[in-house]
Design a protein around this ligand. Structure first.
Ligand SMILES: Cc1cc2nc3c(=O)[nH]c(=O)nc-3n(C[C@H](O)[C@H](O)[C@H](O)COP(=O)(O)OP(=O)(O)OC[C@H]3O[C@@H](n4cnc5c(N)ncnc54)[C@H](O)[C@@H]3O)c2cc1C
Length: 334
């Protein structure tokens, strides 16, 4: 089993005192006065939220025109609107040059074809991670990494070479700590205890511990559309919850994607305070019998935050084909 993890990608400039996430845990110094973060994925979002939260003048630069590209589009839209209220964010910005004068960085970006320069005390690159496969002498095994260095696996986590398995970041599937642990547990059951069957990916959730916080599990709406899976989608706010309103923000949302055929949850996404904690009631349901109608018969503590799930669960539990279902359902299943 290969589980050698991953390392931050840097785009050159290693001769300058640049930072990646590897320099921040632990940081080993007081926070800088200003920081430029390059990259709009979850690591850039989390690091940006941290620095802005402790009073560092923070700016974030993204090559494309959006943040968190792998999130459900509705969640991503809300995230981008909120995140950019707190952090100066520059889209469509490609780094062209970086210099350091001994105390400050000057970064020149190409923005819509035009050069623009920005300065800050520190620069953090959060532009992706590369798998630790370069020093494994893979050629001794007949196993080849793909173009990005990852070791592709099948639904049993077996690589192209029989008997060699890859888990965690190095297989490039999820790149999350709990996914690596889940994959290790799956391989233990399969290879040592003799269990059969493919790994069940619907059980692998994720969260982004930024401001705002996101958590999700399963498919996005776009993925269901692409796969031609009939679904009902509910995208609801948390305005009915006094507890949610007490957080003094109004962007919180639930996105629930439920099978038109059997009421199983195909995807669930939250954005709002405690999103990662909230997701666990959905994870438990998926793990047990995965029928969204169970959420509507549970008695919730009022006014606990979890109550916000009830409204979305009720809408996605309506009998299929009824007029109300047609009204709320955005999927082709209604
Ligand atoms: C800034 C940041 C924030 C993150 N936040 C989260 C989060 O909130 N939640 C989450 O779930 N995940 C998070 N992650 C991702 C998480 O850290 C990884 O997905 C997880 O550590 C992957 O586990 P792994 O076992 O594959 O690799 P690692 O934990 O990297 O372990 C790989 C091990 O293999 C060893 N190794 C490497 N090469 C060799 C070799 N040739 N021979 C022998 N040993 C070798 C390494 O020394 C290391 O001990 C974050 C990552 C970063 C960078």
């Amino acid at each position: 089993m290969i589980g050698t993890g991953s390392s931050p990608v840097t785009p050159g400039y290693e001769d300058l005192p640049i930072w990646t996430s590897a320099h921040l845990f632990p940081m080993g110094s007081t926070p800088p006065k200003s920081v430029m973060i390059i990259g709009g994925g979850f690591i850039g979002g989390e690091i940006g939220s941290f620095f802005a939260g402790v009073g560092v003048q923070t700016s974030l630069f993204v090559r494309g025109d959006g943040l968190l590209a792998r999130e459900d589009a509705d969640i991503e839209e809300v995230f981008t609107a909120e995140f950019t209220k707190n952090i100066e964010t520059h889209f469509n910005s490609e780094l062209a040059d970086l210099t350091h004068d001994g105390s400050e960085f000057t970064a020149t970006f190409t923005v819509d074809g035009e050069p623009q320069s920005f300065t800050a005390e520190r620069v953090v690159f959060a532009i992706g991670r590369k798998p630790n496969t370069a020093d494994l002498d893979l050629e001794q095994t007949g196993l080849a990494a793909n173009a990005r260095g990852f070791l592709p696996v099948d639904e049993n986590l077996e690589t192209a070479v029989e008997g060699i398995y890859a888990l965690g970041d190095v297989n490039g599937r999820y790149m999350l700590q709990h996914a690596a642990t889940y994959e290790a547990s799956y391989l233990q059951k399969r290879l040592i205890d003799g269990a059969q069957g493919p790994i069940d990916d619907l059980k692998i959730p994720h969260a982004v511990f930024s401001r705002p916080e996101i958590a999700g599990v399963g498919a996005t709406e776009q993925e269901l559309k692409d796969a031609g899976t009939p679904y009902v989608a509910v995208f609801g706010n948390w305005a009915a919850s006094a507890r949610a309103r007490s957080a003094r923000v109004d962007y919180q949302r639930t996105k629930l994607l439920v099978s038109s055929a059997d009421y199983s949850i195909l995807g669930c996404h939250f954005i709002g305070p405690e999103a990662s904690t909230m997701l666990h009631q959905i994870l438990m349901l998926i793990h047990l019998n995965n029928d969204v109608r169970e959420l509507t018969t549970t008695v919730y503590i009022h006014p606990a935050l979890n109550e916000v799930v009830l409204a979305a669960a009720r809408l996605s539990s309506l009998p299929r084909g009824c007029p109300r279902c047609r009204e709320v359902g955005r999927g082709e299943g209604c």
